[in-house]
Design a protein around this ligand. Sequence first.
Ligand code: PLP
Length: 354
Amino acid sequence: MSVLDLARPELLKMKAYSSARTEASGGEVFLNANESAWPSYGEKGPFHRYPDPQPAALLDQLAALYGVTRDRILVGRGSDEAIDLLIRAFCRAGQDAILIQPPTFGMYAICAQVQNAGIVEVLLDEQFQVDANAVLTGMTDAVKLVFVCSPNNPSGQRVSRETIVTLAEALAGRAVLVVDEAYAEFADEGDASVIDLLDRYEHMVVLRTLSKAWALAGARVGSVLAAPAVIDLLRKILPPYPVPTPCLDAALHALSPQGRKAVTEQVLLVREQRREMAAALRSTPGVREVLPSVTNFLTVRLDDAAAAYRRLFDAGIVVRDVRRYPGLSDALRITIGTPDENQRVLAVLQGVTA
Ligand SMILES: *Cc1c(COP(=O)(O)O)cnc(C)c1O
């Protein structure tokens, strides 16, 4: 059995669009894509040409960064696009479903609704851990994709490798296991990714992004890491030019040796600030609990989360109200900012007027 047996059969038969850029290799004068022959006004980059659909230089850098071969990577507009592509590739509208574990990232359910795929919800346990048995009990024949967010947004903790392996073993032949590692870089022990398991499980996918630790949310660069067969399938339905030229330049710049050094230092600072903020918040009146976090945010339970949200807002500080999530009806999610920004949060919550 191949992982492709889980995919939408009509897509397997479909012939992919062949873009002008893919057919253009080896030419000198490009008159095949109806591009402008002239640079755009005051242009800095070659913006008048369509970009490479999967820029080789970026694939090389990302493949090295994540420790995979180039045939196991697809780059697109953030993990958000990856989630959408996966659901469209594996879920037949009105028939198939995804399984998610609330409280978790909202886009899985949104993309499922857009595709008219069903949503099976299996709540995280009281410690916000994935209960592998509960997930497997919740499985139905309709479920084609199981999303595991690790570390989880908004609860902040990682899913253990043992749990991922248990799920991967049990889901073989039944569903694709998608592990969203948007926050992997922030873990104290360093990046404790499960990317290496891709060699063992053809039905496993890992999502990574440059939006969080790499400080490129505005450039929209995310990677799907998976078996070559899954990458080829997603490429079929990926719109032709997902990586705009300015975004490519920004990503390559960030991934340069100097860029990597800067990111390493920033991640260390985030971890240090997270530790200090967690300790300070734990001794702040009105704070019930600070959930353990290996991410760049802290989810905080408060006696009166609504009032705290308003006080922060009135002081010009916007945090995320996560009270609508199951198990978090008294909580706010606060991103780790600069040391100055974090001090401002503390000053407001401690009732100190600056
Ligand atoms: C922020 C976030 C993403 C979105 O990442 P993009 O690459 O910016 O689309 C994906 N998954 C989780 C869990 C996130 O918190």
